[in-house]
Design a protein around this ligand. Structure first.
Ligand code: ZN
Length: 376
């Protein structure tokens, strides 16, 4: 009986083994096949998660034809992935925004093209783009956003000022970013930190308590005024400039330097009493809005001439001040940007890099430099 039993069990067991082997082989084969497909995608820097979704959505061939693409990867990783925008995702630049795919979907829905979306997403934070994507398609998008310092949050103001003035886009973006479409002295941006590239004007103000770093007394060698002070970094640069000028036979003198908030207030009152409100509004900065409070601005004169603009020192300064980190600040050409009339004597320390750049670019205004390079 035992023998018979054994004979009956063996073939069944063998069949069972065969089935198991077959299943294992199929599983192993599929696994190898699957792994190969995944690694084709991960080799192109798609994440494992994205690669799995690409396989299951049957988009592998398309993705392989595109190749490495960070936006596509983000799309397949995102729960906002929308199959009908697959081709758009592959043509839109990647930016590291939390809601990138959701934003792209919304912008496509409103009717923006891929290149429009590229312009939009490079001009603002995730939150800026979310807000922008909520609105209807805007006018003049390309005109403004081909300038990389254009800001999403200022968009409506660009359009409004453009409609009002008809100025070119470059000027519009610079003016709006400087708040020049707003009234002088109202709602100013508080400038808090001292730095040699700080910008103070009628829209960017200093607190009453702001005092520049490292104020030093100006020696009587350089001025006929009493108790003048300036920031040390500007003073050191001035001394070098003074000595270079002297060697060539030019005599510079400092007529004004650092002025505290209170001193600017007194100055305003003095002019108010002598010349009246209209004059003050036009020519004297209100307290908190004067560059002299930064401790980086000098009013410079010539020992040889009463009118600085007519002196040979003025000409020397025009050609040489940048070598020592100073810029000619209030040129007549851009009174509308600085908010100040032409002042031949007013020089500002900004350091050699900025001063040289400004000099080599037709003495562009510090305002323009600020918008293009500093106001990120
Ligand atoms: Zn001045």
């Amino acid at each position: 009986m035992k023998k018979v039993k054994n004979i009956k069990v063996k073939p069944k067991f063998a069949l069972f083994l065969k089935i198991i082997c077959f299943i294992l082989c199929v599983l192993l084969g599929s696994f190898i096949f699957y792994s190969k497909q995944i690694s084709q995608l991960t080799n192109l820097n798609y994440s494992k998660e994205a690669s799995r979704k690409i396989l299951f959505s049957k988009n592998k061939d398309y993705v392989l034809s595109v190749g490495e693409n960070k936006t596509l990867n983000a799309a397949f990783e995102s729960e906002d992935y929308n199959e009908k925008y697959l081709d758009n995702y592959s043509k839109i630049n990647y930016v590291n925004h939390k809601d990138l795919i959701k934003n792209i979907n919304n912008l496509l829905k409103v009717g923006y093209s891929n290149s429009d979306i590229n312009l939009i997403i490079t001009h603002g934070s995730n939150e800026d783009v979310i807000e922008f994507a909520k609105r209807d398609k805007v006018r003049y998008l390309e005109e403004f956003y081909t300038l990389d310092y254009a800001k999403i949050k200022n968009y409506d103001r660009y359009v409004a000022l453009s409609d009002e003035t008809g100025d070119n886009e470059d000027d519009i973006v610079i003016k709006v970013n400087l708040d020049l479409d707003k009234e002088n002295y109202v709602e100013c941006t508080q400038v808090v930190d001292f730095s040699t590239d700080m910008l103070v004007n009628k829209h960017r103000c200093l607190n009453k308590d702001f005092v520049p770093d490292d104020l030093v007394d100006i020696s009587s060698k350089y001025t006929d005024e009493k108790d003048l002070k300036i920031s040390r970094i500007a003073m050191n640069a001035f001394i070098k400039m003074y000595e270079a000028a002297e060697k060539e036979g030019y005599q510079l003198i400092i007529n004004s330097a650092y002025r505290s908030y209170e001193e600017q207030e007194e100055l305003v009152n003095t002019y108010l009493n002598s010349y009246g409100q209209a004059y003050v509004d036009k020519y004297v900065a209100k307290p908190g809005f004067s560059e002299h409070q930064t401790g980086l601005a000098f009013d410079i004169g010539s020992r040889n001439s009463r009118v600085f603009a007519n002196s040979k020192e003025y000409e020397w300064m025009q050609e040489n001040a940048h070598k020592y980190g100073f810029i000619y600040r209030f040129d007549k050409r851009y009174e509308d940007l600085t908010g100040f009339r032409n002042e031949a004597w007013h020089y500002r320390y900004v350091g050699n890099e900025i001063a040289t750049y400004v000099y080599e670019h037709n003495n562009m205004s510090l305002e323009e430099y600020f918008v293009i390079f500093l106001d990120k």
